[in-house]
Design a protein around this ligand. Structure first.
Ligand code: NAD
Length: 397
C-alpha cells in the first residue's frame, strides 16, 4: 500500500515503516558521529522505549556504549492491512540495526503499569542479561490502571486553583486562538499524579531490586520538564506539574534504595521537543514553534537524540561528578532556559497571532518535526512506493 499522513488534531493515525526506519537511522548516526560514550551503561532497561525521549535514550545506550537493551512500550502492530503505530516501526528498525551491530536487544509490548509485564521483564533480564546498570523511565500516558485495585485513572492537563487564559495554536488550521482552561478538581489532580507521578516507577524499581537485578552503581532516571513562565499555569503549576513533583519525591526514595549499592536516582529536566505527548498539551505547541525559531537562529536547536546524547555523554556517564540544581535535578534544558533565549520568547510571545505565525515562529519546523515522528518527510524515502505495512518486531515475532 501507499501510506500517506492522516493527521487528526494532535495525532497522525498513520505511520510509514520506511520513514520511521530512516528516522531511527538518523538518530543512530548522530550518536555514532559523536564517537563512543566510554563510561556508558552496558545493560539497560528502558520503560517507554519506542518513541520520543525513551527511544532516543535506548539508541544512545545501544550505539553509544554498546549496551544490551530491554525496551518496554505500548504500541499497535499492523492489523487488517492498516499501518502499525510509529513506535512499532521505530522498534523494528532499532532491533534490526542492533542485530547488525551484534547488540542484544529485546522488546516487550504491553501495559507497563501492570504487574504481568514487570514479571516478564524481570524473567527476561534474569535469564538473558543480568543486573542492569541503567533504568530509564520515560512513560507518557493518558491513563493508568492501578494493578493493586484495578481502578483506572485518567490524567488531565489543567491548571490548579484558578482558570488559565492564554493563547494556543490550532495546528490543523494554523490559527492562534485564545484559550481558557478551567481549574482541575482535586480528584483530577490526584488522578494525574497516579498516572504521571512516580508510583509506577517505584514499583518497577522494587521489582528489579527484589529480583537482584539492580547492578552495583546502577543509575535510575526519569524525565521532567519546567519550561517558561507562560506555560507554568498549565504545566509546572498545573496537574502535570503536581505529578512531576511526585516523580521527584519518588526519585529521592529510589535514590535511598540504590545508595546502598553506590547507585543513584534522580530526574533529568529535558527541553521541550515535539513528541506525541507534548503535542497534546495546550499552549505548548505555540511555545515550541517560537522556541525552535529562536534556538535555531542561535545555533542551539536540539531534538530528542541531541538531548539524550548530551545527557549520557556530558552528564550521566562523563566520569565527572554530576551537577544538580537546587532541587536535586540534572538539567539538560540549560540551553532552552538560557536568559537570552527566554527573554526572546517573552518578547515575541505577545506579538504572535495568526497573521504573524510564519514571520515570528518556526511553525514550518514544528510541522516538519511532527510529521517526522510518524515517518513522513524523511529524505531518501519514496513516499509514492508501495510498502508492506506488516513488519514484525524481531524479538516479538
Ligand atoms: P512519547 O509519547 O514520545 O513516549 C511515550 C512512551 O511511553 C512510548 O514509548 C509509549 O509506547 C510508552 N507508553 C505509553 N503508555 C504506556 C503503557 N501503558 N505501557 C507501556 N508503555 C507505554 O513521550 P515523550 O515526550 O518522550 O515523554 C517521555 C517523558 O519525557 C515524559 O515523562 C515526559 O513528561 C518527559 N518530557 C517530555 C518533554 C517533551 O517536550 N516532549 C520535555 C521534557 C520531559
Amino acid at each position: 500500500m501507499v501510506i500517506k499522513p492522516k493527521v487528526r488534531g494532535f495525532v497522525c493515525i498513520t505511520a510509514h515503516p520506511e520513514g520511521c526506519a530512516a528516522h531511527v537511522r538518523e538518530q543512530i548516526e548522530h550518536v555514532r558521529a559523536n564517537g563512543p560514550v566510554d563510561k556508558g551503561p552496558k545493560r539497560v532497561l528502558v520503560i517507554g522505549a519506542s518513541t520520543g525521549y525513551g527511544l532516543a535514550s535506548r539508541i544512545t545506550a545501544a550505539f553509544g556504549s554498546g549496551a544490551a537493551t530491554l525496551g518496554v512500550f505500548f504500541e499497535r502492530p499492523s492489523t487488517n492491512g492498516k499501518p502499525a503505530s510509529a513506535g512499532w516501526y521505530n522498534t523494528v528498525a532499532f532491533e534490526e540495526a542492533a542485530a547488525a551491530e551484534g547488540l542484544w536487544a529485546k522488546s516487550l509490548n504491553g501495559d507497563a503499569f501492570g504487574d504481568e509485564l514487570k514479571t516478564r521483564a524481570v524473567q527476561i533480564l534474569k535469564d538473558e542479561v543480568g543486573p542492569v546498570d541503567l533504568v530509564v523511565y520515560s512513560l507518557a500516558s493518558p491513563r493508568r490502571t492501578d494493578p493493586k485495585t484495578g481502578e483506572t485513572y485518567r490524567s488531565v492537563l489543567k491548571p490548579i486553583g484558578e482558570p488559565y487564559t492564554s493563547k494556543t495554536l490550532d495546528t490543523d488550521r494554523k490559527r492562534v486562538e485564545p484559550i481558557t482552561i478551567e481549574p482541575a478538581v482535586q480528584e483530577e489532580i490526584d488522578a494525574t499524579v497516579k498516572v504521571m507521578g512516580g508510583e509506577d516507577w517505584e514499583r518497577w524499581m522494587l521489582a528489579l531490586d527484589e529480583a537482584g537485578l539492580l547492578a552495583d552503581g546502577c543509575t535510575a532516571v526519569a524525565y521532567d520538564y519546567i519550561g517558561p513562565e507562560v506555560t507554568w499555569p498549565v504545566y509546572t503549576n498545573g496537574t502535570i506539574g503536581a505529578a512531576k513533583r511526585h516523580l521527584r519525591e519518588t526519585a529521592a526514595r529510589i535514590d535511598a534504595l540504590l545508595k546502598v549499592n553506590r547507585g543513584r536516582a534522580f530526574v533529568s529536566v529535558n527541553k521541550a521537543v515535539v513528541t506525541q505527548a507534548s503535542s497534546a498539551i495546550p499552549v505548548v505547541p505555540l511555545y515550541i514553534s517560537l522556541l525552535f525559531k529562536i534556538m535555531k537562529e542561535k545555533g542551539l536547536h536540539e531534538d530528542c537524540i541531541q538531548q539524550m546524547d548530551r545527557l549520557f555523554r556530558d552528564k550521566l556517564f562523563s566520569g565527572k561528578g554530576l551537577d544538580f540544581d537546587e532541587a536535586g535535578r540534572v538539567r539538560v534544558d540549560d540551553w532552552e532556559m538560557r536568559e537570552d533565549v527566554q527573554s526572546a520568547v517573552a518578547e515575541l510571545w505577545p506579538k504572535v497571532m495568526t497573521e504573524t505565525i510564519d514571520e515570528l515562529t518556526d511553525f514550518a519546523g514544528y510541522q516538519e518535526n511532527f510529521l517526522k515522528l510518524f515517518g513522513f518527510g524523511l529524505p531518501g524515502v519514496d513516499y509514492e512506493a508501495d510498502v508492506d505495512p506488516e513488519r514484525p518486531v524481531p524479538s516479538l515475532a
